[in-house]
Design a protein. Structure first.
Length: 229
C-alpha cells in the first residue's frame, strides 16, 4: 500500500508534469487562457492517462515489444474518442474552446511517457495510482496556471470577478506571451522553493552547478572546471 501511495503522490510535486519534469507544455501553454479551459483539458488528460495506464498494464505481457508504441497509441486514441464524444454531449462549448488539443491528447508526451516508462513494466494497481497522480497533478497545474492568467488578464477566475474596481487587466496575460511569462515565473518560484528546502535540510542541490554539465554525478567539474578521467 505504501508503494501505491508513493506512486500517486509523486505526480503531485516531485514529478509534477508541467512544472517539474516539464512535460505536456503544448496544451499547458495553449489552452490555459482561462481556469475553465485548464480544468477541462486537465480532466480529459486525467481520464485518458488513468485508463490507458490500467489497460496497458493489464495487457503488458501480451503486447509485442516491437509494436508496443503503436499499441499504446491505439489504446490512447480509443480513449480520446470516448472523451471527445462525452465532451460533445455534455460540455460542447468547452469542447469548442479546446479545439484541436483534445484529439492531440493521443500523442501527448505524458500519456506515451507513462505508458512506456511505467505502465508497461508494472502491475495494474500501481499503474492506476501513477496515472491518477500524474493526471491530477497535470489538472491542478493547468487550472492554477489558467486561473493566474485569467485573473491577471481579465480580472476574473472561472468567469467570476475577483479584482477591485480600479484594477486594470494586463490583457497580454491571456495571450501567448502571457503563457510563457506565467510559466517562467512558476518554474522559477518552484525551483527557488526547492532550493530553500534543500538548504534547510542540509541536502545537496540536485541540479548541476556548472552550465556545461548535464547532471551532477560526483565529478569535480563544478570545483576545478575539469572532468575526472
Amino acid at each position: 500500500m505504501s508503494s501505491i501511495k508513493k506512486e500517486f503522490l509523486k505526480g503531485l510535486w516531485d514529478e509534477l508534469p508541467p512544472f517539474r519534469v516539464v512535460l505536456g507544455l503544448c496544451p499547458t501553454l495553449a489552452v490555459t487562457s482561462t481556469a475553465e479551459n485548464g480544468l477541462g483539458m486537465g480532466v480529459a488528460v486525467l481520464f485518458v492517462l488513468t485508463l490507458s495506464n490500467a489497460i496497458i498494464s493489464a495487457l503488458r505481457k501480451i503486447i509485442p515489444g516491437k509494436v508496443r508504441i503503436a499499441c499504446f497509441i491505439v489504446i490512447a486514441a480509443s480513449l480520446v474518442v470516448a472523451v471527445e464524444l462525452l465532451m460533445q454531449a455534455y460540455t460542447y462549448s468547452l469542447y469548442q474552446k479546446l479545439g484541436i488539443f483534445v484529439p492531440l491528447i493521443v500523442v501527448n508526451c505524458i500519456i506515451l511517457g507513462r505508458a512506456e516508462a511505467f505502465a508497461s513494466r508494472n502491475p495494474v494497481l500501481p499503474s492506476i495510482a501513477d496515472g491518477l497522480g500524474m493526471g491530477l497533478g497535470f489538472t491542478l497545474s493547468l487550472t492554477f496556471l489558467g486561473a493566474l492568467r485569467e485573473g491577471l488578464g481579465s480580472g476574473t477566475v472561472f468567469g467570476v470577478p475577483v479584482a477591485w474596481e480600479t484594477f486594470r487587466p494586463a490583457h497580454f496575460m491571456v495571450m501567448a506571451p502571457g503563457a510563457f511569462v506565467c510559466l517562467g515565473v512558476i518554474l522559477a518560484g518552484m525551483n527557488a522553493f526547492n532550493r530553500y528546502l534543500s538548504r534547510k535540510k542540509g541536502e545537496p542541490l540536485t541540479e548541476p552547478q556548472n552550465a556545461a554539465c548535464a547532471s551532477c554525478a560526483g565529478c569535480n567539474l563544478c570545483i576545478t572546471g575539469k572532468k575526472e578521467g
